[in-house]
Design a protein around this ligand. Structure first.
Ligand code: SF4
Length: 434
């Protein structure tokens, strides 16, 4: 359970030596309780206090990492609602494949190759859930010929043992330990794999995780054993709430199987939105995958840190010195809206992206982050004048009000006001600038 500042203070040396950079041990304790400093900053904490403080500082939901050529992390979450802080580790999206499928390698390779760019980020699948029996070891080798992504192995104890042996030094997840096989799978997973744990109720699940942990397995994922989406949502929310209250027996990421739901898309969207650490889809379907990836990105984007592109001068369609200079902000969606419209039109342009702290044009202007001074600073800072023969800047139409001030900031530049919407840029460039 998280300790208060006063409780932490009682464990500190209370000498007020100031070596941690704070005037008193009490001030340091308050910062430690707020997780704004590291315990190691104080060199005089006793070993006993260190142990107790480290336990209380452990995240309420354990970080579980599946490793192969790439990694998938789940857990380490600290809040129920994203706006309270942020969600850290995106739901791992796994594609189910069958070990006995004669087209196993081909199907895995097709899903593995999937890559789609969304506002500057490449989206891919995260791994594969391999379902098998006697053929598991051979199937792992086949899958490894087609992908380096992490695996969830699904099968009976013998199949999991064979599959795990074929995984070499990787850290896959084994699915799943229940009351009947918990001892055997705990022995198998210990030190080598994460272990999914399954039970019909949260009480039974908590009993099982404690039993497995006592056998030395730390990394687990919870299968909530729900019979329908409504029950799954209730249990997932209860697990998150209990975990955040430091109920350690349920402090693990949840694994969900939308592949078994009547409406896979809805079940997957619910699982991503409501706390699943891993989900398994029935097969590789780009038309299902893409919206889920976008949904996931939106949920796991820190609301306090909008997605941004690096400020700078971007070349679109191989601009020449006489090409126009457009200006926008570094909010990714704004940048890509402008860049895609201009690129699609085939017309060359220089696009100056100013540092507006990741805000869109109007928001940044209202917040004082996109004004004439900043635009002029960007144009001078990126030495735009050295690239063009015609000093002409196109302002977004939404900030036409800045044109006078920008003229004062850039007296030797022509300031033009462009359209309000990016979609109107190609026509504007064609008619007004030629
Ligand atoms: S370094 Fe440790 S003992 Fe010294 S003031 Fe900071 S917390 Fe107290």
């Amino acid at each position: 359970m998280a300790l208060s500042g006063i409780q932490i203070y009682k464990m500190l040396p209370q000498t007020n030596c100031k070596e941690c950079g704070f005037p008193t041990c009490r001030a340091f304790a308050m910062k430690l309780a707020a997780k704004q400093v590291e315990l190691g900053t104080c060199p005089y904490v006793s070993e006993a206090s260190k142990k107790q403080l480290a336990e209380s500082a452990a995240p309420p939901i354990r970080l579980v990492t599946l490793k192969a050529g790439t990694e998938v992390k789940a857990g380490n979450e600290v809040c129920l609602f994203r706006h309270e802080k942020t969600f850290y580790n995106k739901t791992g999206i796994f594609i189910r494949v069958n070990a006995s499928d004669p087209e196993l390698a081909k199907k895995v390779a097709a899903a593995d190759a999937y890559k789609v760019n969304y506002v500057g980020m490449d989206f891919t699948v995260d791994g594969f859930a391999l379902v098998g029996d006697a053929d598991m070891a051979a199937a792992v080798k086949t899958v490894r010929g087609a992908t380096k992504r992490p695996l969830i192995l699904i099968g009976d104890t013998n199949a999991l043992q064979a599959g795990l042996s074929a995984c070499g030094g990787e850290t896959p997840m084994l699915y799943a330990a229940d009351a009947s096989n918990a001892d055997a799978l705990a022995d198998l997973a210990k030190g080598k794999a994460s272990l999914a744990v399954k039970a019909d109720s949260l009480d039974a699940l908590a009993d099982l995780t404690q039993k497995i942990q006592a056998k030395g397995v730390e990394d687990m994922a919870l299968d909530l054993g729900a019979k329908n989406m409504s029950e799954w949502l209730t249990r997932s929310t209860q697990v998150r709430r209990l975990a955040l209250k430091n109920f350690r027996a349920l402090g693990y990421p949840v694994i969900a199987f939308p592949c078994d739901a009547k409406d896979e898309a809805v079940a997957a969207a619910q699982a991503i939105s409501k706390y699943a650490g891993f989900i398994v889809l029935s097969e590789f379907k780009p038309e299902l995958l893409y919206p889920l990836l976008v949904l996931r990105e939106n949920i796991y984007t820190d609301p306090q840190k909008p997605i941004q592109v690096t400020p700078g001068i971007y070349e679109i369609n191989q601009p020449k010195p006489e090409s126009p200079v457009l200006v926008t902000t570094n909010f990714s969606i704004t940048y890509f809206a402008v860049a895609n419209e201009v690129e699609g039109s085939g017309q060359p342009a220089w696009l100056v992206v100013t540092d507006a702290e990741g805000m869109s044009v109007l928001t940044a202007w209202a917040a004082g982050k996109f004004d004439a001074e900043r635009i002029a600073k960007a144009i001078k800072g990126f030495d735009v004048a050295s690239k063009v023969s015609k000093k002409r800047v196109i302002l977004p139409g939404h900030v036409a009000v800045l044109s006078g001030e920008l003229e004062a900031e850039l007296p030797d530049w022509e300031i033009r006001v462009g359209p309000r919407e990016a979609v109107d840029l190609p026509a504007f460039m064609k008619q007004a600038l030629n």
